[in-house]
Design a protein around this ligand. Structure first.
Ligand code: C2O
Ligand code: CU
Length: 447
């Protein structure tokens, strides 16, 4: 039932540019066309897969009213958002069947490619697999001076997911073993090996790995390097030329294709080192003016030295992956992070699996990798502001983050969604030590 390669046009999810009115986002069970000649029942945000692409500016306050039309609870998490705890989609903040919840995102952060997905406790994997995911772009004007496609028709969200279908074109979900679910077919924006047809010029692909468990190693079929300009937390300081770019679940990578010297009939194929061809970009018309790629995209990321060091272990007990030796328990906070402080978190992987670890709330910088005490080089993909980092088998990764702006409970977890659900997820609480110290003083004075 696979489509013939490069015949289906790349679907572009509908775009929502919020104004002053709240965006209404229903959660529905909907038939979606993924395979030729079949209608696949999915769970969707807004009736499409992927869900609509929300495009907003940094600093713009966006209200999203999520209306749950499913016969089970739902919850929305905006992955990569530096957001107040009440709007972060904590697993305890469920929207009941028939209910509605307003999420307010103040978007007080850098321009970046965020994404939203369901986060139901113990059920996230199946629900995201069945379709509950979409892109959310923060685009700024400063960025316009760089001459890159930026929130326009040459700036394309590209979600990679892998699915398995039965003979009727319905989704099969049967995770077995330790790797998490791996589907038979990789879909790009919901279809098999699509083609995007564009005029010559620069093209920006905002790659999102929305797969449950599958990592991708992206490259070009013609052997030319990929140019990476952005990562989870926005633009890199300089464009990076990479033969291959590895993208683990929930990671984002912005790729810039220079098609300006191409013309009618030229084609660029993006592939994965494991599964092969993913999509084609066909050029039509032209020629265009040669594009000038910026050599600098902005300041190098910087953080003060850490004030405190934490250690988190990634472990395995009785066939389950855990954090700090326990599964998710709403009564446990592994870390009381200090509001405003830069903290170093050492993620110590004692397992023989690699885990892409995601922290809610913050962007971080990957500082060091070691294995058995021996320093390893950072991965090229570690560069820039990240919210998810691969911790390979038996490796220790150190990252630095500032826990600014928001108090309360936030989750962190492996983004192999089957690991997250069972039970490689925990939480941290951001606390204001200044306020605690202040109230102690008051108590002492009164005593
Ligand atoms: Cu995509 Cu809890 O995250
Ligand atoms: Cu994992």
């Amino acid at each position: 039932m696979r489509a013939e390669a490069f015949t289906t046009p790349l679907p572009i999810p509908p775009t929502v540019r919020p104004g002053t009115e709240p965006v209404v986002l229903p959660v529905t069970r909907t038939a979606v066309s993924l395979l030729p000649g079949a209608a696949t029942t999915m769970l969707t945000f807004g009736g499409t897969f992927p869900g609509p692409t929300v495009i907003a500016r940094p600093g713009q306050v966006v209200d999203i009213d999520v209306v749950n039309e499913l016969d089970e609870p739902a919850v929305l998490h905006l992955h990569g958002a530096h957001v107040a705890a009440a709007h972060d989609g904590h697993v305890r903040d469920l929207i009941p069947t028939g209910g509605q919840r307003r999420y307010t995102f103040d978007n007080a952060q850098r321009a970046a490619h965020l994404w939203y997905h369901d986060h139901l406790l113990m059920r996230t994997a199946e629900r995201v697999y069945r379709g509950l995911a979409g892109s959310y772009l923060l685009v700024d004007q400063a960025h316009d001076g760089l001459g890159l496609p930026n929130g326009d028709e040459r700036d394309i969200p590209v979600a990679l997911t892998d699915k398995t279908f039965d003979a009727d074109g319905q989704l099969v979900y049967d995770p077995v073993g330790h790797t998490g679910f791996l589907g038979d077919v990789v879909l790009v924006n919901g279809v098999d090996r699509p083609v995007l047809t564009v005029e010559p010029g620069l093209l920006r692909l905002r790659i999102l790995n929305a797969s449950n468990a599958r990592p991708y190693r992206l490259g070009r079929a013609d052997g030319m390097p990929l140019v990476q300009v952005g990562t989870d937390g926005g633009l890199l300081a300089t464009p990076a030329s990479r033969g291959e770019v590895e993208v683990w679940p929930s990671e984002r990578v912005d790729l810039l294709l220079d098609l300006s010297r191409m013309g009618d009939g030229d084609r660029v194929v993006i592939l994965d080192a494991g599964v092969g061809d993913l999509m084609a970009v066909d050029v039509t018309g032209g020629p265009a003016e040669p594009a000038i790629l910026p050599t600098s995209l902005g300041p190098a990321p910087d953080l003060d030295p850490p004030e405190v060091v934490r250690t988190i272990t990634l472990d395995e007990h009785g066939g389950r992956f855990l954090l700090n030796g326990h599964g998710f328990d709403d009564a446990i906070r592994d870390v009381y992070a200090r509001l405003g402080a830069v903290e170093r978190w050492r993620l110590v992987n004692t397992t023989s699996f690699g885990h892409p670890i995601h922290l809610h709330l913050v962007s971080f910088l990957v500082r060091q990798r070691t294995s058995s005490g021996v320093a390893l080089p950072l991965r090229p993909e570690d560069e820039g502001w990240k919210d998810t980092v691969l911790v390979r088998a038996f490796e220790t990764v150190e990252l630095d983050a500032r826990f600014a702006d928001h108090l309360g409970d936030f989750m962190y977890h492996c983004h192999v969604l089957e690991h997250e659900d069972h039970d490689m997820m925990s939480q941290f609480r951001v606390v204001d030590l200044g306020r605690i110290a202040g109230s102690n003083r008051v108590r002492t004075a009164a005593a």
